[in-house]
Design a binder for this molecule. Sequence first.
Ligand SMILES: [Zn+2]
Length: 295
Amino acid sequence: MYNMQNKRAAIPKELRALQRPWEIKKEIPQVEKWVRTKTKPTTGTYDDRPIAHYTDVRGRLCGMHLDEKTTDSLKKIAETEYFAWAVMNDPETANAYEQLKGFLDTHNIRLDLKFEGRYTNPTCKPKGLYELILKIMSILPYHHLSTDKFRKLLLGGMPDHYTLEPCYYDVRTKTVNMHETTILGAKRNFIGLFLHEIGHIFEDILPPNDKTTLASIAQMLNPKFAIDYLEGVEKRRFVQDNGNAGQFIAETYLHYVTQGEVFTKFIEDSEAEQREMWKEVNGIYQRNFDGIVYV
Ligand SMILES: [Zn+2]
């Protein structure tokens, strides 16, 4: 929760971690690539060789032979980078679910669960997921959530067959879809993607003149600000640079909420003309965040 008086909200530590480069064991590129782009591995042997399994974007189980050293390293890292699953009747998780549901009820958002892929067993639950979502949503302005543009949060399910998008904001059904692979993927990616999707709702509720201003400034910003998640900084910058103002607005939403001083320092360090444009961008966000500054 943020302090209404001074309008400063503390960035939770899980989100603050996105201010620094992602620490994944870089000496084994295979491990880094895995954690960035694949779901939590389960390991075993096949043909007497170590194998790691993951779930692809359609929810199918895939396997890959890896050498023993890579498998071990991946197994160790998997413990910290992903949500824990298969928690049987865990009272903490049940309680967290009720709390999140209660919070969403007060904003008139329905919570739908649809865990139907790799982990069909209804007794398997992602541990820490509901707490994390509640922590993120609690620091957002009331009107970003309690809007007729946001009616449902779907956790789980499989992506659309055509787009295969693991998550998206569906403007027709007013739903933020966080499909199963994003929940089975690294927590850091989940945070980035979840705030990016809420950023699309923000895009939708912005006053039209602010949206137009952001769209025109976005074209002139070079370089864009970017943070390290999924395939890394360069890829995230590319996503914002594809000429689609919506992607810039959504990704900047993530930056505004998680980056604090890192973002303001980037703005201060930009050359004069760029700095003025960034300040205008930042001002539009602050105004539409009811004045809240994340520190
Ligand atoms: Zn997007």
